[in-house]
Design a protein around this ligand. Structure first.
Ligand code: TMP
Length: 201
């Protein structure tokens, strides 16, 4: 049966590595798996990603939320929905929860407002499981080194707000919170046990 798994967390929490690890384990079980990410997984999305992340000019918070939602609408229609429709598992590095944490809380647009905007973008498609990789800001900063894009370059209050938002949203929405302060193997085992417990692949 098709399942939609989303890996979430702040920058440098190791999401992309863990997406690969989960996808590999699922494939070992003979499942058809699509690995994907936001923003930028489609050709249009790649252009939107560059617009929102690579520019030097300030981006209005509402414009930022709309660009992320535009990327997501294209991603859902081109990648996520077709994969789920053919019965594949989809494992995505980020989805709506990123917008709730970064734009809803970090930018202060409001979680309910950003969620409503994303209803339109996703046509109601929701993950079966959201796993948040939880890493202290100090550890994340040590892993990051020099910032590589506009949002990574933001420090201080914004990063703290996003970090705390993930914890709070995980608690209130039943997202799994996994400690990401370990080796990739250790984190992969913790992530895999959540997948097994919640989705019995
Ligand atoms: P990435 O580094 O995981 O590829 O994500 C790029 C940046 O975009 C990251 O700083 C988080 C941010 N982002 C949002 O602010 N809102 C969103 O909805 C998504 C998907 C990403």
């Amino acid at each position: 049966m098709a399942r939609f798994v989303v890996l979430e967390g702040g920058d440098a929490t190791g999401k992309s590595t863990q997406v690969e690890r989960v996808a590999a384990r699922l494939r070992e079980r003979g499942l058809d798996v699509v690995e994907t990410f936001e923003p930028g997984a489609t050709p249009l999305g790649a252009r939107l990603r560059a617009l929102v992340l690579d520019g030097i000019e300030p981006v209005d918070p509402v414009a930022e939320a709309l660009l992320m939602a535009a990327d997501r609408a294209q991603h859902v229609s081109e990648v996520v929905r077709p994969a789920l429709a053919r019965g594949a598992w989809v494992v995505s590095d980020r989805f709506v929860p990123s917008s709730l944490a970064y734009q809803g809380v970090g930018r202060g647009l409001g979680v309910a407002e950003v969620e409503q905007l994303n209803q339109l973008a996703t046509a109601g498609i929701q993950p079966d499981l959201v796993i948040v990789l939880d890493l202290s800001l100090e550890a994340a900063r040590a892993r990051l080194g020099a910032p590589t894009d506009r949002l990574e370059g933001e420090v201080g209050e914004f990063a703290v707000a996003v970090h705390d938002a993930y914890r709070e949203l995980a608690r209130s929405r039943g997202w799994a919170l996994v400690d990401a302060d370990g080796t990739p193997d250790e984190v992969a085992s913790a992530v895999w046990s959540v997948v097994c417990d919640r989705l019995s692949p």
